[in-house]
Design a binder for this molecule. Structure first.
Ligand SMILES: [Zn+2]
Length: 282
């Protein structure tokens, strides 16, 4: 039966057969264990934290909110949080000011959890990144056409806050406030809901922008925010749209960065959806 097979296949067969005869079956012969809801939730939280959605020192949403966001039972969330504590990613503090706080963005448990969470979704995520750039471009164009004095004030206030932020948490908050102001300037709650829905989908279900705190990324973001704000203020719809489309690739790049830190090389993919969309895991 092996006349056409190669040596490696024969070796593999011999190895598995040897294990079976020794009474220690190989992994292929063990009963299948489906991942539990708790381990899925743990993976997703570890990945969201690795993506900078929740920063060190920040408190995670309460158990009941997480259960609702992730559509699982509270006991699964509790078990998942226990796992995060066990691997040093969060601290659980009791008392009035208590809660679950991020301790480390990345620990020895992160790489595997990130790969398990992102790789099966990667083709869909690239489509979502692309869609989000298109939608945010449309939002910025519309904002440039419809902005009023109050919108301009809000955008500029958020820009100032971003530039003078002293902590990663403040920068993250100012970034969110700036984009919020742009969306509001488009003056259509349905557009705001669409923007939020896409954000939630690229952020693994959490309505929070992934955050890459690298200085170079922050400088880029500040420059693009300033340019976007100026284009919207000047009523230059096309320019505002183009800047926003480019700016939102930051998210795609940040998530790719996290995946490459987890040891998955995506350099062979060109970032456009619908093509080969082959994810290489070397
Ligand atoms: Zn931004």
């Amino acid at each position: 039966m092996f006349e056409r097979g190669n040596v490696a296949e024969i070796d593999e067969f011999a190895r598995v057969l040897g294990q079976v005869l020794d009474g220690q079956s190989g992994s292929a012969l063990r009963p299948v264990r489906l991942p539990t809801a708790a381990s899925e939730v743990a993976d997703r939280l570890i990945t969201a934290i690795a993506m900078g959605e929740y920063l060190p020192g920040e408190r995670l949403p309460p158990e009941r909110d997480l259960a609702q966001i992730l559509d699982v039972g509270r006991s699964s969330v509790r078990e998942a949080i226990g796992r995060l504590q066990a691997v040093g990613i969060v601290d659980i503090r009791r008392g009035r000011q208590g809660g679950t706080f991020v301790r480390e963005s990345w620990t020895g448990a992160s790489a595997e959890a990130v790969r398990r969470t992102l790789l099966p979704r990667w083709a869909e995520m690239e489509q979502l990144f692309d869609l989000r750039c298109l939608v945010e471009g449309m939002i910025a164009r519309t904002a440039a056409e419809r902005r009023g004095a109050g919108d301009i004030e809000r955008m500029r206030a958020a820009l100032d806050r971003f530039a003078s932020a002293r902590t990663a948490y403040d920068e993250h908050a100012a970034d969110i406030a700036f984009h919020q102001a742009v969306v509001e300037a488009a003056r259509n709650p349905q557009i705001a809901a669409l923007s939020r829905d896409l954000l939630t989908r690229v952020s693994l279900g959490f309505p929070i922008e992934p955050y890459d705190g690298a200085r170079a990324v922050l400088r880029r973001a500040l420059g693009e925010h300033t340019a976007l704000c100026e284009a919207i203020v000047a009523g230059e719809a096309e320019r505002a749209g183009a800047i926003a489309r480019g700016h939102f690739t930051i998210t795609n790049e940040a998530v790719r960065e996290v995946l490459s830190r987890a040891g998955s090389d995506l350099s062979g993919t060109d970032g456009t959806p619908g093509g080969e969309s082959g994810v290489r895991v070397d």
